[in-house]
Design a protein around this ligand. Structure first.
Ligand code: AHR
Length: 497
């Protein structure tokens, strides 16, 4: 297999926000996760310093909050200022003390160094409640909510640019789910009010890869939207510990580009592809284990949430297979960077996230290393690469059917501020090493950064680091040279940079 790259063939400049993340008031993501009062590892604002540092290392560009399903019965006004009112969270059926609210979230984003991205309540909430939230965050002094923010100790506006109208409001599981007609009208009114408060905001709204839903949404409110929000959990909602095996996971890698093309096609057909970008604002290979609410007290009773662990906390389930899938997904986003401008891995901490917290430290799961690899070693200009003689592999998908997938998954990049190439390469084979020949005009040293794990089942846990990011030097670039790719491996080859 031989890779050809021409530096002049650019697809576009990749938005750093495709490496974004999501955090929800769910499970141990906020309480007992990043926000852990009383823990010696927490700072003066009760944020876990080890988690912040891990987030800084992968330069989290944007962090979506507070839900997820949680948001669809959340009232932000109860979680600002001195008199917080506890909330019975109807999505996850637990009490949320509301001690972590908008101001704490904004302060957290500042510490991480990321853009805030707020998802509003379009379940039981109203356009007015949404736009009041924008007033609280973004207006200098006008109106009661900006004044309330100042009273609460925040003189300068929080300046939140990215806002989502709703979360999965198409789903029967969502509190206050809507029909597609209702949704089109609600988004239109909400977007209008939000933009009247702050015309600089960028708005997205809950959507699907489904035609009827999206046509209604875009016909009604396309003129107000900057983004369209798509969620994808390829391995579905798990009820029976029934995670897909490695082959089925590789079959899922075929689906990402289909989803993108479906939404791209519709945006093009409606003449909106230059105006509206896709935000995969929740995505992960794994769906979620339905948590036993009695073991998840959201940090209110520490002993209970630590023991017993629920299924989401089982680190053995997040393996090298997750890393390989995650790399393929990020490759697809890179290759479609002209239409995909944001993505939020769901979630960043605990549940099925890439950082797992326990009382005395954190575990960086396999997927964390993929973000480290892409954020810190890939370029920002995506090139149109061409691979000669790509081998195919046969896999059984989750439905037990045979299907083909390319054995290698590649995204090639260059840099807007310096010379060189950075090429992401995934070898999906579970057992065979592959060689990739390189045909490009380049010079300088070749370095290979890759994620290594002995088997497709390798995972990280407390005191057990089986999936790591490795670095090797391969000497000076020679035209036609080839690089050996171990089985089930994701890496970035850097040449002359
Ligand atoms: O992460 C759990 C839930 O998964 C989120 O709340 C929801 O948006 C998605 O369905």
């Amino acid at each position: 297999m031989k890779l050809h790259i021409n530096r002049k063939h650019e697809i576009g400049k990749r938005n750093p926000m495709i490496y974004g993340h999501f955090i929800e008031h769910f499970h141990r993501q906020i309480y007992g996760g990043i926000y852990d009062p009383g823990n010696p590892l927490s700072d003066e604002t009760d944020l876990r310093m080890d988690v912040l540092e891990a987030m800084q290392r992968i330069k989290v560009p944007v962090l979506r909050w507070p839900g997820g399903c949680f948001v669809s019965s959340y009232h932000w006004k109860d979680a600002v200022g001195k008199n917080r009112k506890p909330l019975f969270d109807k999505a996850w059926r637990v009490e949320d003390p509301n001690t972590f609210g908008t101001d704490e979230y904004i302060e957290m984003c500042k510490k991480i160094g990321c853009e805030p991205y707020i998802c509003t309540n379009a379940g039981t909430g109203t356009p007015e409640e949404m736009s009041d939230w924008v007033e609280y965050c973004n207006l200098e002094t006008e109106g009661q909510y900006a004044k309330q923010r100042i009273f609460n100790g925040y003189n300068a506006p929080h300046r939140v640019k990215y806002w989502s109208i709703g979360n999965e409001n198409y789903g029967f599981w969502e509190i206050g789910a809507k029909s597609s007609d209702e949704w089109g009208r609600l988004v239109r009114e909400s977007a209008k009010m939000i933009k009247h408060v702050d015309s600089e905001t960028e708005l997205t709204a809950a959507a699907l890869t489904d035609l009827e839903w999206n046509i209604n949404l875009l016909k009604n409110s396309g003129q107000f939207l900057d983004w369209i929000s798509i969620h994808e959990y390829w391995d579905g909602i798990q009820q029976n510990n029934d995670y897909a095996d490695y082959e089925a996971v590789m079959a899922y890698t075929n689906l990402t580009e289909h989803s993108i093309q479906k939404v791209r096609g519709l945006l093009m057909a409606m003449g909106l592809d230059k105006k509206i970008k896709i935000a995969f604002d929740e995505w992960n290979l794994r769906g979620w284990y339905h948590p036993n609410v009695h073991t998840i007290r959201q940090g209110i009773m520490k002993e209970e949430y630590l023991y017993p662990r629920d299924e989401n906390d089982d680190n053995t389930k997040y393996t090298m297979a997750d890393a390989v899938f995650t790399a393929c997904f990020l490759n697809a986003l890179n290759r479609n960077c002209d239409i995909v401008g944001m993505a939020n891995f769901a979630p960043i901490v605990n549940t099925r996230g890439c950082i797992y917290t326990y009382e005395n430290g954190i575990v960086l799961r396999s997927t964390y290393h993929v973000f480290d690899l892409y954020v810190n070693y890939m370029g920002d200009i995506v090139l149109n690469a061409w691979c000669e003689d790509v081998e195919k592999m046969n896999v059984y998908n989750k439905a037990g059917e045979r299907e083909e997938t390319d054995v290698l998954d590649i995204a090639a990049t260059a840099f807007s501020n310096r010379e060189g190439f950075a090429i992401a390469v995934v070898n999906k084979s579970d057992s065979e090493e592959k060689r990739l020949g390189l045909e490009l005009e380049a010079s300088g040293d070749v370095q290979f950064h890759y994620i290594s794990g002995d088997s497709t089942e390798a995972y990280n846990d407390v005191g057990h680091d089986a999936v790591t990011l490795e670095h090797t030097k391969l000497g000076p670039y020679k035209p036609g040279m080839s690089v050996a790719l171990k089985p089930h491996m994701a890496g970035v080859i850097r040449i002359g940079c």
